[in-house]
Design a protein around this ligand. Structure first.
Ligand code: PLP
Length: 378
């Protein structure tokens, strides 16, 4: 928390606006839309809810197909299943770790041949890095398939100077506790289509028709954000740019200290993009370090340091492994390789340099010790 949240929370309490909706929600939506440079925003209870709404607004139904990045958190694709639709997973490419334009093109060509285009494409911006939007947008435009940009991890990032989340028909951000700013739990749907956003507000509030009694013609959801949490969001948004700077500085320190080690490669930042560096991620080439991701994670765990694997691709998840998957090329599945070799380092905005050096030293020790042991044995 930044310290100013209590002011807005107090305002909500003082005015007794504790219900969903209220002045903080409206103000938060306005602030988010302004920040991203879009016509409007609808604040909801989670990023997952925002994806569910976006898919519903695009008319996704049982039996429809939706393309989705494979290298992501399960929440990107779960709403496809909520609607009884079928996900088709698209691999990543090495420059951004995000959706591969060549795999998307191949999937689109096959869909055209089968006379069944997807109803939508969900493009994820992993760990703050924007996908290759120009290429991806142009492929989707060619087939007139709408894009939902899952920017849950990339609030504050830019592509060609334009805010992440604004390249599709809809974009979503998450304010879950682990994201770059948080309302403890929450999300937002953004778009330039104000009619669609009006419909989103309606659906997110149980699709209650304007009538003197409770009248319902459509199935809705209980997805609106509470006025108290929106108060937290308003104040968090004011420190977003500071948070991005802090995360980028954390990345920079890791990079300075570790990038020179043979076999260590950091997640790239594509030219003309600006990543919020939500998490610092890197890959370890076992043939050069002689140390596996699991060995690094184990030695971190021993030091009480929490580090993680890169997301396990969704096409490998038992829940979703039966669905079709398009690799980057016939010979190369980039997301699988990143999962095998990738690691996310502790990256909290308030991390001290002392803590960061402890993480760095643990990684170095693990690699050096193994090296020493093997050279001495020889
Ligand atoms: C966090 C996250 C979500 C879901 O957001 P919630 O607010 O937790 O529902 C969706 N997609 C990605 C890529 C995420 O990291």
């Amino acid at each position: 928390m930044s310290g100013n949240e209590m002011e807005y929370i107090k305002e909500a309490f003082d005015t007794n606006w504790i219900a969903p909706l209220g002045p903080n929600v409206e103000a938060f939506e306005k602030d988010i839309a302004e920040y991203a440079g879009v016509n409007g925003a609808v604040a909801v209870s989670s990023g997952t809810a925002a994806i569910h709404l976006a898919l519903s607004l695009l008319g996704v139904q049982k039996g429809d197909v939706v393309f989705c990045s494979s290298l992501t958190f399960v929440a990107s694709a779960n709403p496809i299943l909520y609607l009884g639709a079928e996900p088709v997973f698209i691999d990543a490419e090495p420059d951004t770790w995000n959706m591969s334009p060549s795999a998307l093109e191949k999937a689109m060509n096959d869909a055209i041949s089968a006379c069944k285009l997807p109803k939508a494409v969900i493009i994820v911006n992993l760990y703050g890095q924007s996908a290759k939007m120009e290429e991806l947008v142009s492929i989707c435009n060619k087939y007139a398939v709408p894009i939902i940009e899952d920017s849950a991890e990339s609030l504050g990032s830019r592509y060609n100077g334009i805010a992440s989340g604004t390249f599709g028909e809809f974009g979503i951000f998450s304010f879950n506790g682990n994201k770059i700013i948080t309302t403890s739990g929450g999300g937002v749907l953004i778009s330039n289509n104000t009619d669609a956003l009006r419909k989103a507000r309606f659906l997110a509030a149980q699709a209650r028709e304007p009538a003197p009694y409770y009248q319902h013609c459509e199935m809705g959801f209980n997805y609106r954000m509470s006025n108290v949490l929106a108060g937290i969001g308003r104040s968090q948004l004011q420190v977003l740019n500071e948070r991005v700077a802090a995360r980028r500085a954390i990345f920079e320190t890791y990079y300075q200290e570790l990038a020179h080690l043979p076999g260590i490669q950091f997640m790239p930042e594509l030219v003309n993009t600006f990543s919020n560096r939500w998490l610092t991620a890197l890959t370890i080439d076992y043939s050069k370090t002689n140390v596996s991701v699991n060995e690094i994670l184990a030695s971190m765990d021993k030091e009480n340091i929490e580090a993680r694997h890169v997301w396990k691709p969704l096409h490998l998840q038992p829940l979703m492994e039966t669905y079709t998957y398009y690799p980057h090329s016939e010979r190369e599945s980039v997301s699988e390789k990143l999962f095998e070799t990738g690691i996310c380092l502790p990256s909290g905005s308030n991390m001290s340099i002392k803590d960061q050096m402890r993480v760095i030293q643990t990684i170095k020790n693990t690699i050096y010790k193994k090296f020493e042991k093997e050279t001495c044995q020889r």
